[in-house]
Design a protein around this ligand. Structure first.
Ligand code: FAD
Length: 444
């Protein structure tokens, strides 16, 4: 038995224990919450039905805006734990100085004031669906309808097998940069301070958040190293057998522009991360690194389990919703949208934004007793491969239901991967215009 096999066996036994120990998320003790007061001080923004949305990301912001349009007399409250919105989409450009922070930063207050709903800056720690109460650190809110849009959580279990110290180090010293801006800030500083050696980035398996973003980030950091003559390489360790989207265009970028600055490793399933010695082991390779940003697998937010709307103990990171109406199965008062949905749509901001219309319509139709007619969400996604001039690729797609597979498939796909010529620089401009239009749509 070689070292790798021995590690594998050890990993399997530890992982099995970890899964059974973590079978269910411990319910929060509500004894303190019961003495908390309701949030009586929040003025109503409508005389009608009270709708609470948890999560002010791309999905929650879009649902809140559309609800006020479709049901103007509804009293809509958006609960968000952050005080400022800093966008994940376009943050890869910001990492290497391609856009100003101001461009991707927006005010929740503006969004609420411009669109007639209430922004409530608080963190939700429990939900009692029987009593229809949302518990926050600022008190509780009653609701008639609740929309959960809390996004994703990381799942480090395949790498750490229950080693919480390792998980903490990965989260804090080598953050993925796929959830919040503190992570992006850390990665930007890593790039600015990078002197030489390997900078590891990883691509997880499964339906991870934003398929092209890890490849885009790899290209942009390689571009930065090339232009600043840094004696380093981006090593992109991909758990998948090939680039998962826009493969032709990304391979062309790797080979034609970044041959000396980017190493692409397909089928690179990580078996061990040794942070002390700065080495990463796969079944076949050992890669040393000077710095890294490890992107683990993702799951739906743990709030799904806390709310008791996760599918089951195995698919606990997926919301148990009707894929057409987004209503939680068995609870006509709760909906779930955005990246914590179970449908295999692209986990993208554009998809989440388009779902804002769908979920708001679905709730309106429910309230008004109308039949809901399903409309596909829409994914439009630009990926930059170089700066100055900015060159990008794009994909546009809808989805259709496949009755035989009982799942959704891509439909009406339009892919543009030729970043070399004018269409590439046009897509570069398109990327910025897309971001601008999306922020306007959510905030103004
Ligand atoms: C680097 C990067 C690049 C990307 N590029 C693109 C792109 O080019 N195009 C594209 O379309 N998409 C892109 N995406 C994907 C996009 O960011 C996500 O798909 C999108 O943000 C999902 O929206 P969401 O509302 O489901 O989740 P989020 O936007 O993550 O929002 C969830 C919100 O819920 C809040 N929340 C969670 N729990 C609680 C709680 N308990 N109490 C209160 N608030 C809570 C969080 O603070 C957060 O604001 C990219 C993502 C990354 C990271």
């Amino acid at each position: 038995m070689n070292r790798r096999d021995a590690l594998k066996l050890a990993g399997i036994s530890v992982a099995t224990t970890a899964v059974s120990a973590k079978e269910t998320v411990k319910k929060t003790d509500l004894s303190n919450a019961k003495v908390m007061s309701s949030i009586a001080s929040l003025p109503k923004n409508g005389k009608g039905v009270k709708i609470v949305i948890v999560g002010g990301g791309w999905s929650g912001l879009s649902v809140a805006k559309r609800l006020k349009q479709y049901i103007p007399d509804a009293d809509v409250v958006l609960v968000e734990q952050n005080t400022t919105f800093i966008s994940c989409p376009i943050s890869n450009l910001w990492l290497v100085g391609g856009v100003e922070l101001e461009f991707i930063t927006h005010s929740f207050l503006d969004a609420a004031n411009n669109n007639g709903y209430t922004y409530f800056n608080a963190s939700v720690f429990d939900i009692d669906r029987k009593k229809r109460k949302v518990y926050t650190n600022e008190g509780y809110l009653d609701y008639e309808y609740l929309v959960l849009a809390p996004g994703i959580d990381y799942d480090y279990s395949a790498w750490t097998s229950g080693d919480t110290a390792l998980e903490y180090e990965l989260r804090t010293k080598y953050p993925a940069g796929f959830k919040n801006h503190s992570e992006h800030d850390t990665i930007r500083r890593k790039i600015e301070n990078f002197k030489e050696g390997n900078f590891i980035l990883t691509v997880p398996g499964g339906n991870y958040r934003c398929l092209p973003a890890p490849y885009e980030r790899a290209c942009l950091i390689a571009d930065y190293m090339k232009k600043n003559k840094i004696k380093g390489k981006v090593v992109l360790m991909d758990e998948n057998p090939d680039v998962t989207i826009k493969a032709e265009g990304f391979h062309a970028a790797f080979n034609e522009m970044y041959k000396d600055y980017l190493v692409y490793m397909p089928n690179a399933k990580i078996e061990e991360i040794d942070l002390k010695n700065k080495k990463v082991m796969t079944e076949f390779d050992e890669v040393s690194f000077s710095d890294a940003a490890f992107y683990p697998r993702v799951r739906g937010s743990k709030l799904l389990e806390i709310a008791g709307v996760a599918k089951d103990a195995i698919n606990k990171g997926e919301a148990n919703i009707d894929p057409f109406t987004y209503q939680v199965i068995g609870d006509p008062h709760v909906y779930c949208s955005g990246d914590s949905r179970p449908m295999a749509f692209s986990k993208s901001g554009n998809t989440s934004n388009s779902e804002g219309y769908i979920v708001a319509r679905s709730i309106r139709d429910k309230i008004q007793g109308k039949k809901n007619v399903w409309k596909s969400p829409h994914t439009e996604c630009f990926s930059a491969v170089a700066l100055n001039p900015m060159r990008a690729m794009s994909v546009n797609t809808d989805y259709q239901w496949s009755e035989s597979n009982k799942s959704f498939t891509f439909f009406n796909v339009a892919m543009m991967q030729n970043w070399h010529d004018k269409s590439g620089t046009d897509a570069g401009k398109g990327l910025i215009e897309w971001g601008d239009a999306m922020y306007k749509d959510m905030f103004y």
